[in-house]
Design a protein around this ligand. Structure first.
Ligand code: 3H9
Length: 678
């Protein structure tokens, strides 16, 4: 349309605003600025999204001389007297939303998602987001939005006041019509220029400015301490405080300084490592992308076994919109599973996460039956029965008869040999492990276990399924305990060794909590069940000094949290029965075991406790890499961050080890770009 220039962000795959791309963008904006015929500019995106924001790769490398960043693009828009409209369709994240905030108007299609996820990378929005958002929606709402970092729907963005409207038609066409109208016929309600930067920041419509210091202080209290993963959050709050207290230009300068500090910080380096490691996962061998489109879509699923694991897996399918048939011949188990499913969906309705109608639909998409024939239409069947090779092999013989050709047959074993299960079928190429973690509907990790005969197509289908279930799917070789549990055995073994050297279990746990784990090794064992741990240790043939106390506790009926006693004691009146209470009797049992084994008690520092436990993970992880069980160090880090509570801001065990040398020398972890202008 005459007088309106459309600039389309087009930098596949995600229109990232790299230094190079920002230079092109700036040139396009300058060209529009020079053209006297142009009254308005509409910025929109190609490739089914607006943009994923700044190019995170730019933060990993030394910047070119005088790099052009999204800040320069925004400064050009800010200086312009023409009307700028952001026409958003799809994801609009990070620096891209900051770009949209610098425009005079923002419209989006209903499917769009808007967010400032920088905090998840250990950063803060560094292109004006922390200064413009408090002026647009108030500091309190802005803090909540940026500290969470999760994208919101277009509808929610309108409610918050981030978006002006949801456009019903083609966003770019609507944007152009709208831009022309306001540029040519501005009104008081819809002026041609409407800079967010010119507004006064406020706290919230119903909160006076004097409450600013209180809101800021509360925000600092609500986030973790700086050294426990809260560094970026505290800096972000500082930046918002600047928005409330300082003129815009000073606030922008402060934000840029804080951002540049964070780019170089250890937690951000670690979180960016996790970001990239996550995106490597589906590359089955480094450098080769397994085309997920080669995998088949799972439209119908089956689960064998209605226990805790089976029902969790069924809920995970239902949540992903995949109908699932759960087969179990035990009426009592089915009754319990039905209750679990209903309880879960009712809870989600109570929390406002699901409507009554959606909850009902999801619950209805799980069918419990005794009839194995109902599995005949399933594209994938996950076996989740008792952890016993013979029982599982029987299940697979049966499944091989019933399942349609091409169906994926998956075992949820955590320790058994997938090949020994596959060999009883006539389709070992379609058999693999899908190792979910309890509770399967919540835990984000999924280990995909490749058997000797598993085909690439089967793996592709499994990865596609992992994505549909919104899991972090990590490929593992078929080795005892796969990646996560194999490493945890060594970690728990080392914890027992430390206890035998005279360190109380409670102190060992406290050191690891202090490092950032949500719980220490002994509380973790109590949670998963000492009987389970002992059975696995036996299956591994690892009986001996270090499992002695474990076996004794099991023999005493102290199976962990479920029996209100394990390595620790539990009391219903203390932390709802989940708070570990130290038990001197257990420390005495370790002392006895040590005496018998001739181990003398010694003084052990907190640092030694921490490093020995982490080394146990790292040493095993290194061996798993050498053996090809794990493909990349980053895969192991993902397993630990998403499956075992390893603090994400420390990047996972392998990242932690690889940066340890640099850390102790006081050197930065890796070259980080310092953005051009503060
Ligand atoms: C920022 O904006 C800072 C500013 O405040 C201040 C600046 C001064 N950069 O996830 P996918 C790649 S910080 C570089 O598989 P999906 C990704 O690596 C940024 N690359 O797709 C992958 O590459 P490959 C704040 C990126 O459809 C490919 O794109 N923004 C970026 O499942 C496909 O990605 C964010 O944190 C990026 N920003 O999900 C958003 N984003 O094919 C991060 C993606 O070589 N991104 N790539 O493996 C996302 O959340 C998701 O990627 C998105 C698409 C939802 C966009």
């Amino acid at each position: 349309m005459e007088g309106v220039r459309v600039i389309t962000l087009d930098n596949p795959p995600v229109n990232a605003l790299s230094f190079e791309y920002c230079a092109q963008l700036l040139a396009a904006i300058e060209a529009a600025e020079r053209d006297p015929e142009i009254e308005a500019v509409v910025i929109t995106g190609a490739n089914r999204l607006f943009s994923a924001g700044a190019d995170v790769n730019d933060f990993q490398r030394e910047p070119p001389p005088n790099p052009i960043t999204v800040r320069d693009v925004i400064a050009a828009i800010e200086a312009s007297n023409k009307t700028y409209v952001a026409a958003i369709d799809g994801n609009c994240l990070g620096g891209a939303l900051e770009l949209a905030l610098a425009c005079d108007y923002r419209g989006a299609s209903a499917r769009s998602k808007l967010g400032l996820p920088e905090i998840k990378l250990g950063l803060l929005p560094g292109a004006g987001g922390t200064q413009r958002l408090p002026r647009l929606i108030g500091a309190r709402a802005a803090l909540e939005f940026m500290l969470k970092g999760s994208p919101v729907s277009a509808q929610r963005a309108v409610e918050l006041g981030i978006l002006d409207e949801i456009t019903p038609g083609d966003v770019a066409d609507d944007g152009v019509r709208f831009a022309k109208r306001v540029a040519e016929n501005p009104t008081d309600d819809a002026p041609a220029k409407r800079r967010v930067s010119a507004r006064e920041a406020f706290i919230a419509t119903d909160v006076p400015m004097q409450a600013g210091p209180y809101v800021v202080a509360q925000a600092h209290k609500m986030v973790p301490p700086e050294e426990k993963g809260g560094l970026a959050a505290h800096k972000l709050i500082d930046a918002v405080q600047a928005a409330v207290e300082l003129p815009f230009a000073f606030g922008i300068a402060r934000e840029a300084r804080l951002f540049d500090e964070l780019v170089r910080s250890e937690p951000s380096l670690a979180l960016r490592h996790i970001f990239f490691a996550e995106r490597e996962l589906s590359k089955v061998s480094p450098g080769v992308t397994l085309s997920l489109s080669r995998g088949e879509e799972v439209r119908q699923a089956g689960v064998v076994g209605a226990g805790t694991m089976g029902s969790g897996i069924a809920i995970a399918f239902a949540q992903a919109g995949i109908p699932v048939v759960v087969v179990d011949n035990d009426d009592a188990a089915v009754d319990r599973a039905r209750q679990t499913v209903m309880g879960m969906f009712t809870y989600q309705v109570q929390k406002g996460r699901l409507t009554q109608e959606d909850a009902w639909k999801r619950a209805q998409s799980i069918e419990f039956t005794e009839d194995w024939g109902r599995l005949a239409d399933a594209d994938v069947i996950v076996e989740a029965v008792f952890e016993d090779l013979d029982v599982k092999r029987d299940v697979f013989r049966k499944l091989d008869e019933i399942a349609k050709p091409g169906a994926l047959l998956a075992t949820n074993t955590s320790t058994l040999d997938v090949d020994k299960i596959a060999e009883v079928t006539k389709r070992p190429e379609r058999v693999l492990g899908l190792h979910f973690f309890v509770p399967a509907n919540i835990m984000p990790l999924l280990e995909i276990v490749r058997g000797r005969a598993t085909s690439e197509e089967s793996l592709a289908t499994a990865f596609r399924l992992g994505k549909a279930l919104r899991k972090k799917a990590v490929l593992s070789g078929n080795a005892f305990g796969f990646i996560g549990n194999r490493m945890i055995f060594d970690y728990l073994g080392e914890a027992a060794a430390l206890a035998e050297e005279g360190v109380p279990a409670a102190r060992i746990d406290a050191v690891m909590r202090d490092f950032g784990f949500p719980m220490g090794p002994f509380a973790m064992s109590d949670l998963s069940g000492l009987d389970v741990g002992a059975a696995i240790a036996r299956a591994r043939g690892g009986a001996g000094a270090r499992t002695g106390v474990l076996e004794q506790l099991v023999a005493m009926g102290r199976l962990g949290q479920k029996t209100m006693a394990g390595y620790f004691k539990y009391d219903k009146s203390v932390g709802k029965g989940r708070e570990p209470i130290p038990d001197p009797q257990v420390d005495a049992m370790f002392a006895d075991a040590a005496r018998q084994a001739g181990i003398a008690p010694r003084d052990v520092s907190d640092e030694e406790i921490r490093e020995r436990l982490l080394n146990a993970l790292v040493d095993r992880g290194t061996r798993l890499l050498e053996e090809g069980v794990a493909l990349r160090p980053g895969d192991i880090d993902i397993v630990y961050v998403y499956g075992y509570g390893f603090p994400p801001h420390r990047g996972g065990p392998m990242w932690y080890a690889s940066t340890r040398a640099a850390r102790s020398a006081g050197a930065p972890g890796s070259p980080a770009a310092v953005l051009a202008h503060a």
